[in-house]
Design a protein around this ligand. Structure first.
Ligand SMILES: Cc1cc2nc3c(=O)[nH]c(=O)nc-3n(C[C@H](O)[C@H](O)[C@H](O)COP(=O)(O)OP(=O)(O)OC[C@H]3O[C@@H](n4cnc5c(N)ncnc54)[C@H](O)[C@@H]3O)c2cc1C
Length: 494
């Protein structure tokens, strides 16, 4: 665990607390270490930092008041949803305020005619589908953390999930966002209609990791629950064949409702725990789902089976009923917790590659296991080319966490080499800030800073995340400076 020293005086803390207490209920302002401790980290628990203050507003008016005070006092703010993020996006700043939206958890309405739901930012992802279920509707983006993560966090991270291959990411399923700027202005992005006039600022905002404004309300698109879903479980004796089968399914013009891959380490770690029926001798298994009306599903399952057979599958099983479908998925869904059965700690990496590079990248990761002396389980959204290597380590062993970090960094940089990206769905946060220096030129990062400065001129919203400083890139040996001159030298650099 890493924690920096307290960076404020007691007097300053008192002044900030008093100002916040004037606009919030007393129990909505936390500042004693024992009260703020639960907010010291997100899902990337290797990094922890106690914040100076935590606020728990329960309305948009209170969010406006908090932001106006922080702006006036020049106090930095970290928005926080459920804290399940895996890239340190909600990691507090020592002298800053954590603004938690946990108490803004009301479903404002579900409209079955418009097929939309209007929800506050603290509503859990799964709760939206539960509220829509009586109307035969659901919210498609389904992060594996959906039981806990909030829609505000999903918007900030542009989260994905198993069904995003067919139904799109958060950005494709959110129609309108209300947010509060650092100056305390309430702004609506997008609209309830198919399109909104003007620049598409909604697309800029989704995935902005809490750096442009605080989400206070979201209108999401709901879609009808498919009448039927069936999944194919296919085994391969070689990861290269498995990777090529993924590319083959997409090349055949099929967009499955889900196309996930697990390597042998993953299926061996999960099978004894979940008993999903996985072939633990297979080097790779694929789960390929089809959904729709029964005739459509039958036809698509037949086409996918043919591609998988041609790609060299050694065994193929198709779910016969809903119970069997859920059993096949249960291993994939429980892979992260199952990692705890074989390793004291794991580090989940998130990068994206073109599908055709899957096999090469998986082999590259296998070589890195030897180089770093650590095991790695691969369980991921193969259809999107979105990798989730789980690096297994023991934080109590001297140097193992740093080896895991270096291993993860090398995987991300390999994704860039293969024409991919250092992010898939978990964001940059603090975790991937060095790899931003590899992925982007200084000019590109200056453009990102320009967008941030347009929304947040004093640079108070979640600074230190996502966009690296010049110094950081220089220390990482990856700064692109042309003839000693920097573009937009007048832009603030936090
Ligand atoms: C076991 C596990 C499985 C996961 N599986 C997936 C997966 O399949 N797909 C996926 O995409 N992610 C996955 N995640 C990551 C995580 O759940 C998502 O990133 C999720 O969207 C984070 O939501 P949260 O409410 O927990 O946000 P937090 O972690 O609290 O915050 C995440 C970011 O959003 C910002 N933020 C939060 N609320 C607001 C707001 N109201 N306004 C502005 N900014 C805000 C924060 O500042 C931070 O930068 C997984 C995590 C875990 C632990």
């Amino acid at each position: 665990m890493e924690e920096t020293a307290v960076a404020y005086t007691a007097e300053h803390q008192r002044m900030v607390v008093n100002a916040l207490r004037a606009v919030l209920p007393e129990r909505a302002v936390l500042f004693d270490a024992e009260d703020t401790r639960p907010y010291e980290c997100d899902g990337l628990s290797a990094f922890a930092q106690l914040p100076m203050v935590v606020v728990l507003p329960d309305s948009e008016e209170q969010v406006v008041a908090v932001l106006k005070i922080c702006n006036a006092l020049k106090v930095r703010i970290v928005p926080r949803g459920a804290g399940t993020g895996l890239s340190g996006g909600a990691l507090p700043i020592a002298d800053g305020v954590v603004l938690s939206t946990a108490r803004m958890s009301r479903i404002v309405n579900v409209d079955p005619y418009a097929r939309t739901a209007v929800v506050q930012p603290g509503v859990r992802n799964l709760a939206i589908s539960e509220a829509a279920a009586p109307h035969g509707l659901y919210y498609a983006p389904d992060p594996s953390s959906q039981i806990a993560c909030s829609i505000g966090g999903n918007v900030a991270e542009n989260s994905g999930g198993v069904h995003c291959l067919k139904y799109g990411l958060t950005v494709h399923n959110v129609m309108r966002v209300r947010m509060v700027t650092i100056e305390g202005d309430v702004v609506e992005l997008g609209s309830n209609a198919l399109d909104a006039p003007g620049l598409d600022l909604l697309a800029v905002f989704v995935g902005s990791e809490g750096m442009l404004g605080v989400v206070t309300e979201v209108t999401v698109r709901l879609i009808p629950k498919p009448r039927q879903a069936r999944v194919i479980l296919a085994s391969f004796d070689d990861v290269v064949k498995g990777g090529n089968a993924v590319a083959g399914v997409i090349a055949a013009g099929i967009i499955p409702a889900g196309l996930e891959m697990m390597d042998k380490t993953s299926s061996r770690m999960v099978e004894p725990f979940v008993k999903a029926g996985y072939d633990i001798d297979a080097e790779a298994i694929l789960l390929c789902e089809s959904d729709g009306i029964p005739e459509e599903v039958d036809e698509e399952i037949a086409r996918m089976t043919a591609v998988l057979e041609q790609s060299g599958a050694t065994a193929i099983a198709v779910s016969r009923d809903e119970a069997e479908r859920l059993r096949f998925w249960s291993g994939r869904k429980n892979a992260f917790p199952a990692a705890g059965r074989i390793s004291p700690d794991y580090y989940c990496i998130d990068g994206t590659i073109p599908r055709r590079a899957l096999a090469d990248v998986l082999l590259g990761i296998q070589n890195m296991e030897q180089k770093y002396g650590l095991r790695c389980a691969n369980v991921f959204h193969a259809g999107d080319g979105n990798l989730h290597p789980l690096i297994l380590f023991d934080a109590n062993q001297e140097g193992e966490f740093h080896r895991a970090e270096a291993f993860g960094a090398e995987i991300l940089e390999m994704c860039v080499e293969f024409g991919g990206s250092i992010t898939g769905e978990h964001g940059v946060g603090l975790e991937k800030i060095n790899q931003m220096c590899v992925q982007f030129s200084r000019e590109e990062m200056d453009a990102f800073l320009g967008v941030k400065a347009a929304f947040d001129p004093p640079m108070l919203l979640n600074p230190t995340k996502a966009i690296p400083t010049l110094q950081r890139c220089a220390e990482y040996g990856r700064m692109h400076v042309k003839r000693g001159a920097l573009k937009f030298a007048d832009l603030p650099r936090f």
